[in-house]
Design a protein around this ligand. Structure first.
Ligand SMILES: Nc1nc2c(ncn2[C@@H]2O[C@H](COP(=O)(O)OP(=O)(O)OP(=O)(O)O)[C@@H](O)[C@H]2O)c(=O)[nH]1
Ligand SMILES: [Mg+2]
Length: 596
């Protein structure tokens, strides 16, 4: 059977997974409301975190599809996948138009010589402006230096939620066939009898893990036929070889993997039996086989320390609380989490390098759900020496906000060393473009949500390492640190809430050194949240009946990582997320400062 290999790429939320799901449903690969976003965290957050493979059958052709994540923190996945498919569907929201991630994934596709099919999605939105968006996409192609051939892209209009595609906006349509037909017409076949006869050449572009089968490699078969049970030669990037046996071989069908005895040139497969297999290696059956072109993996941009929980509440909620367990789990994570690096050289605190706050937050969320307790330090950007000069990561930020809020946002980002490179007003909405050191952006997202009352959209994308821009003044808030252990009382919280924002409500157990809120003005503040009211006969404003507490700011992983200070840890357990000082007592803190 003929095979076509495509990936769906886009900015976050533009509808990639919805389209993939609809394609699977309409071709009979899935029947119900199941989705490619199958992971629990994906379902909860409504975003794709891991790229996933599927295939559908249409008119005697197998179309392998890779659904990719749109969030910038996971973009290194996308780049690897682009190397291993033959065409991309570039999805663009018919209202929003191209966004930073659209630009990033398109740029990578064009550089690889791919000729994208442009899919203008969500044409059902009332504010959709599909024709205008096509123009904007064309401009973007031009800006990115597309060749004439690439500029001559096909366009298809879709409402993937309704499962409709049309070539002309005025067409009537009830299904996605126009898109599928376009794919058959425009994407070159991956399979051929000639390629089957060539010497075996297979390359992994993604990794997975199975408790029974161990590490799995998701690969493209470029040439030849690979068989289950076959002995293969794996060549690493330095041309060193090792021989291993393929123990299992799968293809992807709908939401499932299907065990196969062999796979032909052009297929996308998953194989087991190669324990140390890594992305970009060449799997072949002949030592003289040339290496396939390497696949570049993006470097991490931020780092932080992971250590076991040693707070006074350690071990209360978790199943896995020891150093050894944490280390083993992190080592396992490295098997599949390709954007992640970990330095285990310090035996009690592991340095974890990742691609952004969300990348790290997802790892932490997985750990706590599995029953781990741990603590992490404040994320720091990675500084890299290039030609003897310190360089730091920079990001491009695109912000959509109501016009009246733009002043505050511009002011804050400028203070954080952001440079405005564009501003556009449209119907009371403003779009701002900034280039800013990642350092300046760390922790800003929470402030942004508050400043824009949740009405703003902020997205960022990694630009590259650039020379260090010097000190950044953030108005870091002080912390309200409990000086005592016990149960917080409404009365004392009521007194404290004027000083800043509280992270806890009454009856929450606290320990000495735990951070229970921030201080709006000034430095850290040692407080006593368990103090009861003096018993007097006089009824004061703070009587129990009168106590009205503002709801606390509940910490979650992303908020915690964003607001924590350098001398603090975020304590993560299956049930709780707390902030604490590294040094729990005031005495220790003073001493450590003096020793600095
Ligand atoms: N109105 C409308 N909404 C759509 C359409 N397609 C998708 N959506 C909605 O857009 C949201 C995001 O859809 P997803 O398919 O998860 O987007 P995605 O591109 O896979 O997102 P990430 O994988 O996180 O980058 C969901 O709420 C969808 O229901 C469409 O054609 N019309
Ligand atoms: Mg998705």
């Amino acid at each position: 059977m003929e095979i076509r290999n495509i990936a769906i790429i886009a900015h976050v939320d533009h509808g990639k997974t919805t389209l993939t799901d609809a394609l699977m449903r309409q071709t009979g690969m899935s029947t119900d409301e199941t989705s490619m976003d199958s992971n629990a965290l994906e379902k909860e957050r409504g975003i794709t975190i891991y790229s996933k493979n599927t295939s559908v059958f249409y008119k005697e052709t197998k179309i392998n599809i890779v659904d990719t994540p749109g969030h910038a923190d996971f973009s290194s996945e996308v780049e690897r996948i682009l190397r291993s498919i033959d065409c991309v569907l570039l999805l663009v929201d018919a209202q929003e138009g191209p966004m930073p991630q659209t630009k990033f994934v398109l740029k990578k596709s064009l550089e690889l010589g791919l000729k994208p099919i442009v899919v203008i999605n969500k044409i059902d939105k009332p504010a959709a402006r599909p024709e205008e968006v096509v123009e904007m996409v064309y401009e973007l192609f031009l800006d990115l230096g597309a060749t004439d051939e690439q500029l001559d892209f096909s366009v298809v209009y879709t409402a993937s939620k309704q499962g409709i595609a049309k070539i002309n906006l005025s067409d009537e349509s009830t299904n996605l066939d126009p898109l599928l037909d376009l794919i058959l017409a425009k994407v070159k076949p991956a399979s051929s009898l000639e390629a089957d006869k060539l010497a075996l050449a297979v390359q992994p572009f993604n990794l997975a893990y199975d408790n029974f089968l161990g590490r799995l490699a998701i690969c493209r078969v470029y040439n030849g036929i690979i068989k289950s049970g076959q002995d293969v030669i794996v060549k690493n990037l330095n041309n060193e070889t090792r021989t291993r046996r393929i123990t299992k071989l799968f293809t992807f069908q709908g939401l499932n993997r299907k065990e196969e005895t062999e796979a032909h040139a052009g297929e996308i497969i998953m194989i087991a039996g190669l324990p140390n297999i890594y992305i970009g290696e060449t799997i072949c059956d002949n030592v003289n086989q040339e290496l396939l072109p390497a696949i570049k993996i993006d470097e991490p941009t931020i780092s932080l320390d992971f250590l076991i929980n040693n707070s006074p509440f350690a071990g209360r909620e978790g199943k896995f609380v020891t150093n050894r367990q944490l280390k083993e789990r992190l080592e396992k994570e490295l098997e599949i989490n390709v954007g992640l690096k970990i330095d285990f050289s310090d035996i009690s605190s592991y340095k974890v390098y990742g691609r952004g706050e969300l990348h790290i937050a997802i790892l932490l969320e997985n750990l706590r759900r599995e029953g781990f307790e741990l603590q992490v330090s404040q994320p720091q950007v990675i500084i890299k020496k290039i030609d003897g000069v310190d360089n730091e990561p920079f990001e491009e930020v695109v912000i959509d906000i109501p016009e009246k809020m733009s002043g505050t946002v511009i002011e804050k980002l400028s203070k954080r060393k952001g440079q405005m490179i564009g501003i556009k007003n449209n119907n009371g909405q403003t779009r701002l473009n900034f280039e800013i050191p990642t350092r300046g952006l760390l922790g800003y997202r929470n402030e942004f949500v508050v400043d824009t009352k949740g009405e703003g959209i902020l997205c960022s994308h990694f630009l590259g390492f650039r020379p260090y821009v010097g000190n950044i003044e953030k108005n870091e808030l002080g912390s309200m640190v409990s000086m005592i252990s016990g149960k917080a009382l409404a009365f004392s919280l009521w007194n404290l809430q004027d000083r800043g924002t509280l992270y806890i409500g009454p009856n929450i157990e606290v320990y000495e050194g735990m951070i229970i809120g921030n201080v709006a003005k000034g430095n850290d503040l040692a407080v006593n949240p368990i103090k009861g009211k003096n018993l007097t006969n006089v009824r004061a404003a703070g009587s129990d009946e009168a106590i009205k507490l503002t709801p606390p700011l509940e910490l979650n992983l992303e908020i915690g990582l964003g607001i924590m200070n350098e001398d603090e840890y975020l304590e993560v357990t299956p049930k709780s997320i707390r902030l604490r000082k590294k040094f729990l007592t005031e005495n220790e803190r003073v001493r450590s400062k003096r020793n600095k």
